[in-house]
Design a protein around this ligand. Structure first.
Ligand code: PEP
Ligand code: MN
Length: 360
């Protein structure tokens, strides 16, 4: 059976970094007693600035090997260089993960994929720090092409300039959802620790991930989180992890309950016909837009008119408020529609430019 399908949800836990032998052993003992499927601990830490703790390297691998032998729990580490792979394999690592700062670099990912040829141990690929679904998918494919049969994706959020909305890394849920749409069979794991950066919000994001059909969770766990050497604010104790796991509601995609299915099917049919109407209306809106393009061409007006766009934003947001639709959401939808509308009008103006310049 596939490694990641052994449990639903598949739970990965352990400290951000392996700090001391005692810390590794204490955590592994506690986690092996609750339903944790894979132990994690960073032994090489990619730090933002020099001079920070960068991991205990080979010595930490010895502690992990000891924890695995003593508590019978599989172990995973982050690898960022082919030399890391060789060393971690020597100490019996069961799974590797690729960090967000490595996934961004196709050359480095390829070196790692090459180093794993013929090894075939499961690899978990964190999303790149930037919100680029193709880059994430590409990194996953590099391991698959090299022969890694079990590849999982870890959603750990995306860097942004501001953390004003309360996340350390923005979740940008449509990105992992799009990855899962493209690759439905791929195991998708959420890392609420790195998304929130805040231990008080881990349960909330973990539940949200399960409700979005994620297959597993990676949660940083430390015996004394406040004094952790890395990522202190986001780690939880094994006891807190146990409570989080107990609180999670695991929902299904399918059910045998016919009454629920019948109601769902009815609502889906209503939704299908609404969507058909929405698309027909957008089509009609685009036809109007092209007619307006012809008038703008005749009257020598610009396709984009900032005043009109401001008016659209204000009036559509007002209308959306009648249905409790958030302003940001409706503006985003209209940005897409308006963009397509302007693209069509520019094409209309372009015909005129060609005539004036005698291109055709
Ligand atoms: C980690 O898992 O501790 C880590 C460094 O994660 P990321 O690559 O998501 O920053
Ligand atoms: Mn961390």
């Amino acid at each position: 059976m596939s490694f990641f399908k052994k449990a639903k949800p598949f739970i990965i836990a352990g400290p951000c970094s392996a700090e001391t032998r005692e810390q590794v052993m204490t955590t592994a003992q506690a986690l092996s007693a609750i339903s944790v499927n894979l132990f994690r601990a960073g032994v090489w830490k990619p730090r933002t600035r020099p001079g920070s703790f960068e991991g205990n390297g080979e010595q930490a691998l010895q502690w992990l090997a000891e924890a695995k032998a003593t508590y019978n729990i599989p172990i995973s580490v982050e690898v960022a260089e082919p030399a890391h792979i060789d060393l971690a394999l020597k100490y019996g690592a069961d799974v590797f993960w690729i960090g967000a700062r490595t996934t961004v670099n196709p050359f480095q990912v390829q070196h790692l994929a090459d180093a794993l040829k013929g090894v075939n141990i499961p690899v978990m690929v964190k999303n790149p720090v930037n919100a680029d679904v193709d880059l994430w998918q590409g990194a996953i494919e590099r391991f698959e092409v090299s022969g890694t049969r079990e590849v999982a994706a870890i959603h750990r959020g995306f860097s942004g300039y501001t953390s004003a909305v309360g996340y350390r890394n923005q979740p940008n849920w449509p990105i992992p959802i799009e990855l899962k749409r493209r690759r439905p069979e791929l195991t998708l794991i959420c890392d609420p620790s790195h998304i929130t950066g805040n231990r008080n919000r881990i349960a909330e994001i973990a539940q949200k991930a399960l409700d979005m059909h994620f297959d597993g969770l990676m949660i940083e766990t430390h015996p004394d989180p406040d004094n952790a050497w890395t990522d202190a604010a986001q780690q939880v104790t094994p006891a807190a992890l146990k409570l989080i796991l107990q609180s999670l509601i695991v929902r299904e995609e399918f059910t045998d309950d016919m009454s629920g299915l019948v109601q769902l099917e009815y609502l889906r049919q209503l939704m299908d016909s609404l969507d058909a109407e929405i698309i027909d209306l957008i089509g009609k809106r685009m036809e109007l837009s092209e007619k307006m393009g012809i008038i703008k061409r005749e009257c020598n007006l610009t396709a984009y008119q900032p005043g009109r766009w401001r008016e659209i934003v204000d009036t559509r947001a007002e209308r959306a408020a009648l249905h409790q639709l958030p302003k940001d959401f409706i503006v985003e939808v209209y940005e897409k529609i308006h963009h397509e509308s302007i693209r069509r009008q520019l094409a209309v103006l372009e015909q005129n430019n060609k005539v004036l310049k005698g291109d055709e």
